[in-house]
Design a protein around this ligand. Structure first.
Ligand SMILES: [Zn+2]
Ligand SMILES: [Zn+2]
Length: 132
């Protein structure tokens, strides 16, 4: 919704071919930007849970636009595994688990295939606080 926000080229695309081998700087940067844009636009949301150490990521996959099942993100584990410069950030793997069909996908799998080999830095939500 923000001014000057540019959607990713061709994303989201519900007809994206299943691809779980996205690697490299281009893919890494594209995924990070797409997730950030989705969080800003509200198509992805970080929802608080009963635990201050856990949030649930919900919404639509930035690549295929399909609804995700919801991914629980554990603050202490993530920060322990991959500490960011600032503890307001967590490093996660966001793996699409949509239930729609994607060409080329093995029957036992879900999602559009993105992106087990890419990491995303997300800003940890401030407990109960607005911006600034
Ligand atoms: Zn999908
Ligand atoms: Zn997807």
């Amino acid at each position: 919704m923000a001014e000057g926000e540019r959607p990713q080229d061709g994303w989201p695309d519900g007809r994206s071919r299943y691809d779980r081998h996205a690697v490299g700087d281009d893919a890494q940067g594209k995924w990070q930007q797409a997730v950030e844009a989705a969080l800003r636009a509200g198509s992805l949301r970080l929802e608080p849970t009963d635990s201050p150490q856990i949030v649930t990521l919900r919404g639509a996959c930035p690549r295929c636009g399909h609804q995700l099942m919801g991914v629980d993100i554990y603050r202490e584990v993530l920060l322990g595994v991959a500490p960011a410069n600032d503890d307001q950030w967590a490093i996660i793997n966001l793996i699409c688990d949509c239930l729609e069909s994607h060409e080329g996908r093995p029957q036992e799998r879900s999602g559009c295939g993105w992106a087990p080999s890419l990491t995303v830095a997300i800003e940890w939500p401030q407990p109960g606080a607005g911006h600034d």
